[in-house]
Write a new protein. Structure first.
Length: 231
């Protein structure tokens, strides 16, 4: 049978979790957290990722880079089905949905096995920087082992990274990527502003400076990705 459970409003989600035994001391805070991590998944259509008409037709109808005779959506959907079939052999939560309902997974389940392309690459770089920092290694003048890759057109804030390879091979590139992600995931977060404040305390005169050793371009504070950080 098809998965047909109705979408729950935030307050209903919190109450359902509480009813299932989760101890929640602050229901308003719990609702805000749910809104941040997954409230919009499946809000328009629980199977929206499987039906091209629910997606951005301008992008999904484009010819695939490797298989131009097929659309990007057709190629993506084929890969997605292959991922689901493999996951159904090893992941209990996938087995549950396949066995209890049918082979169509709702969006909030499907995202657990989806390919995220550029985002995965970005997260690998972010994890690398996290490890460098956690081990108190030199980061400010490091050339990154993992590369960010070309910035897609739908990420307007850090797209200037494409203008100069050095920006992506130094810590600045990942800083701009994280600024983009936080602006989308949690717009009220002050991560970008706190980074600007930190760098304002960093030595600015040669031979040590963010511009000379960290890949920060001249006049970087005026770029759109950082301009909003001062608001």
């Amino acid at each position: 049978m098809e998965y047909d459970k109705p979408h729950l409003e935030l307050s209903q989600q919190v109450e359902k979790l509480a009813g299932n035994g989760l101890q929640i001391s602050d229901r308003d805070r719990a609702a805000r957290f749910l809104e941040t991590v997954g409230y919009h998944l499946g809000l328009r259509h629980k199977f929206g990722h499987l039906e091209v008409e629910n997606l951005d037709l301008e992008r999904t109808s484009l010819p695939d880079t490797d298989e131009p005779e097929r659309s990007t959506f057709e190629v993506w959907l084929e890969r997605y089905v292959e991922h689901q079939q493999r996951a159904a052999k090893s992941e209990d939560f996938i087995k549950h949905y396949v066995q209890k309902y049918d082979s169509r997974l709702p969006t909030w389940v499907a995202t657990e096995i989806m390919e995220f392309g550029q985002l995965v690459r970005w997260m690998k770089v972010a994890n690398y920087l996290r490890n460098v920092s956690a081990h108190h290694a030199s980061l400010w003048n490091r050339s990154l082992t993992y590369k960010i890759g070309r910035i897609p057109d739908n990420a307007p804030l850090p797209i200037h990274l494409n203008d100069d390879p050095d920006r992506k091979s130094r810590v600045y590139g990942m800083c701009a990527i994280l600024a983009q992600l936080t602006s989308v995931i949690r717009p009220e977060d002050r991560w970008s502003a706190r980074l600007v404040e930190l760098l304002d305390r960093f030595p600015s005169a040669p031979p040590v400076s963010p511009e000379a050793h960290m890949g920060f371009p001249m006049g970087w504070r005026q770029l759109a990705v950082w301009a909003t950080a001062s608001c």
